[in-house]
Design a protein around this ligand. Structure first.
Ligand SMILES: NC(=O)c1ccc[n+]([C@@H]2O[C@H](COP(=O)([O-])OP(=O)(O)OC[C@H]3O[C@@H](n4cnc5c(N)ncnc54)[C@H](OP(=O)(O)O)[C@@H]3O)[C@@H](O)[C@H]2O)c1
Length: 311
């Protein structure tokens, strides 16, 4: 797979990232069986063999089990350890007792969360540390303090954000010395908001790499959804799937690969995060970067995805 520069840095990662959210087959750590751990480990190693070098995590994925499995995979494969570009996230607090579900960008919480992720993966440093969802009480100076502490301690190489609106990116960036490398947002033919709200414009202008989560809308643009977020339940894929199928036949590719190629055609350099747990799909989608859609093909899919005709 091609390697690309990430954000304004010399760091390079695979053209498609591999996402570790679903690898343990459940969201709850205590429900992970030995068989599921084995399957998760296999998914990571398959992704590595298929050429993915950029791996996306979060502290909350399967309540830490996804990061633990990645740590095991790093022990099993020296080649993975050498090539892996590790991205993980913090900032969402899973409630204990009567606590509310909340986001927390306090310096102590960011630093502690990072140290726990390092322990789970048994690594000294992560390549990209991302803030998962904007904390409504974000104080950019406090975040900057946490970032400086982590960087000085050699625990993080670069920082990024996720699900930030352009104004929130600008606000945080104004307090930071180093450029934010990525903004990870939901982006697919069934979720076009980042094209319309300035997110991709900002990424292009400031060379922030947009990473697309749920690039197949949780499976709607592949062979069907498995578990999706509540906000994705309402997606109506019939029309766009028909159009993707026709183009897939034309190009001799799969519907899912065409949906990913559509994202990669955008000049902002979108990196789709592949979320499949199935070996054949992980391997097949690694080839999506070979597909080059024409301007006309790109608009054919866009106009099928839009709710209204272009003016
Ligand atoms: N920053 C955030 O807030 C955020 C939120 C959500 C996700 N993420 C990141 O984004 C990654 C990807 O998200 P996602 O898992 O929702 O991505 P996705 O690619 O949209 O969906 C993957 C799901 O689609 C299913 N699927 C059905 N047909 C498929 C096909 N032909 N090819 C591939 N998958 C197919 C997969 O099932 P099988 O496993 O059976 O193939 C899997 O359950 C996550 O792993 C995580 O790293 C970030």
């Amino acid at each position: 797979m091609k390697q690309v520069r990430i954000g304004r840095s010399t760091l390079k990662g695979s053209r498609l990232a591999f996402g570790c959210w679903r690898i343990a087959g459940t969201w709850e750590g205590r429900k992970v069986t030995a068989k599921a751990r084995e399957a998760g480990l296999k998914a990571i190693l398959t992704a590595h063999e298929a050429g993915y070098t950029l791996f996306d995590h979060a502290d909350i994925y399967c309540e830490g089990v996804s990061e633990e499995l990645f740590g095991l995979a790093l022990k099993q494969s020296k080649a993975l350890k050498k090539s892996a570009v590790i991205a993980t996230k913090c900032g969402i607090r899973i409630p204990v007792g009567n606590e509310p579900y909340r986001y927390d960008f306090s310096a102590d919480y960011i630093i502690q969360s990072c140290e726990k992720s390092l322990q789970r993966m048994d690594v000294d440093c992560v390549d990209i540390y991302q803030l998962h969802r904007p904390d409504w009480l974000m104080d950019p100076d406090e975040v900057a303090k946490a970032f400086t502490t982590l960087k000085k301690a050699g625990k993080v190489r670069h920082f990024g954000v996720s699900n930030f609106r352009p104004s929130q990116v600008s606000l945080l960036q104004s307090a930071l010395k180093d450029p934010l490398l990525v903004n990870q947002v939901e982006l697919s033919l069934l979720q076009l908001t980042p094209f319309e709200d300035g997110t991709l414009d900002q990424c292009q202008e400031h060379k922030i790499t947009p990473m697309a989560w749920s690039p197949l809308a949780g499976g709607f643009l592949g062979n069907g959804k498995s578990a999706v977020l509540p906000s994705q339940e309402k997606y109506k894929p019939t029309k766009i799937r028909r159009r993707l199928d026709a183009m897939a036949r034309e190009l001799g590719a799969s519907r899912a690969a065409v949906a990913l190629a559509w994202l990669m055609r955008h000049p902002s350099g979108i990196i789709p995060i592949v979320g499949s747990t199935k070996s054949e799909r992980i391997r097949e989608l690694a080839g999506a970067d070979e597909l080059q859609l024409t301007h006309e093909q790109w608009y054919t899919l866009l106009t099928s995805a839009l709710k209204e005709d272009l003016p």
